[in-house]
Design a binder for this molecule. Structure first.
Ligand code: MTE
Length: 319
């Protein structure tokens, strides 16, 4: 694995310490909050006795963007879209340096049409899963792209543990709403909190990742710490950041971008060079760090893995 230094030139602690020790040290988990949370948790996805399945140092690696050079850590962490902080590309990295507040435990609620709902501390949520590094192409609707070595686990594994029932046809995700930590939420740029959704088969597809790291270290605030979605065959806005709620629902939910511009942002938003965005073509992209534009690939190059899910659909209507 590539080992990167952080912006202060130090090796990230996660690279030199066992991941669980590292998590404990971060005091992400504050004892009183854990006890309180433990008292209200109806179930736990992991028993306290379970040891972490893997560490960030020692994880399986899968290259799903073969032959392509990963974008630099610098580019991935300074050229961002995170409207809860700022609508510029450089703003999130400057404004999210303290995000998320380490004194507040990060809780994720799992609810809706499932047999094992609950409210989980980030550490308990993540602990049962085997971490993997997956190098994915990442294509933004605005026409730029990157190649990102994410660390995370399959969303499908988490869904299986939550045991959705037969009415669960879609999965909705919600970002934290906390204008004190996220100054962009003081402006009505979008209908906060940011929400996104997937159809159940999309959510269960093995490519769909819950990401908790990049380049072997934990996510930085601007990339959606501590946990975000990555759906590599869809435009980047589907990859919702800083998730606090996962809800199983029967009907297709409206998402923040569909509400903001229904003609421009459909529910599926699969990367598709044949369907123009109303204001620009989607058939070329600029890989950050490259000069010439390259052709955009159908489903962002993941056609073999995902095309079957849409074989009976008109992808021009269902954009
Ligand atoms: N999630 C939230 N909560 N808020 C956002 O503004 N922006 C989306 C997506 N997830 C966004 C979000 C868009 S438009 C893109 S392209 C990607 O995050 C950018 O991810 P990155 O900054 O890690 O490259």
């Amino acid at each position: 694995m590539l080992i990167r230094k952080n912006k202060h030139g130090e090796l990230p602690e996660s690279e030199v310490t066992d991941h669980q020790i590292y998590l404990n040290r971060r005091q992400f988990l504050n004892t009183s909050a854990t006890l309180a949370a433990g008292a209200i948790l109806p179930i736990s996805l992991a028993s306290a006795a379970e040891t972490p399945a893997a560490t960030f140092k020692d994880i399986a690696k899968h290259d799903f963007a073969k032959g392509e050079q990963p974008s630099s850590f610098e580019a991935i962490t300074t050229y961002n879209n995170f409207y809860e902080f700022d609508t510029s590309k450089s703003g999130p990295a400057l404004l999210a340096t303290e995000f998320p507040n380490k004194d507040k435990p990060w809780m994720v609620t799992i609810e809706g049409e499932c047999d094992k709902p609950g409210e989980f501390h980030y550490d308990d949520l993540v602990r049962p899963f085997t971490m993997e590094e997956r190098i994915y192409r990442f294509r933004c609707v605005e026409g730029w792209s990157m190649v990102i070595p994410w660390v995370g686990f399959s969303l499908s594994e988490l869904i299986k543990k939550a045991q959705p029932n037969s009415r669960a046809k879609y999965v909705e995700f919600t970002t934290l709403y906390d204008p004190k930590q996220m100054p962009g939420q003081n402006r009505q740029v979008l209908d906060w909190p940011y929400t996104e959704a997937l159809r159940m088969d999309e959510a269960m597809n093995p490519l769909t990742l819950m990401a908790v790291g990049i380049y072997g270290q934990e996510l930085l605030g601007q990339n959606g710490a501590p946990i975000r979605l990555v759906v590599p065959w869809k435009y980047g806005f589907k990859s919702i950041k800083s998730i606090v709620r996962i809800r199983f629902v029967e009907h297709p939910p409206q998402t923040s971008w569909m509400k903001a511009g229904p003609r421009e942002y459909g529910f599926f938003s699969n990367v598709n060079p044949e369907v123009d965005h109303p204001r620009w073509s989607q058939n070329r992209e600029r890989r950050i760090g490259e000069f010439l534009k390259r052709k955009t690939l159908m489903f962002n190059g993941y056609e073999e893995q995902v095309a079957a899910m849409y074989s009976t659909m008109d992808l021009k209507k269902n954009f």
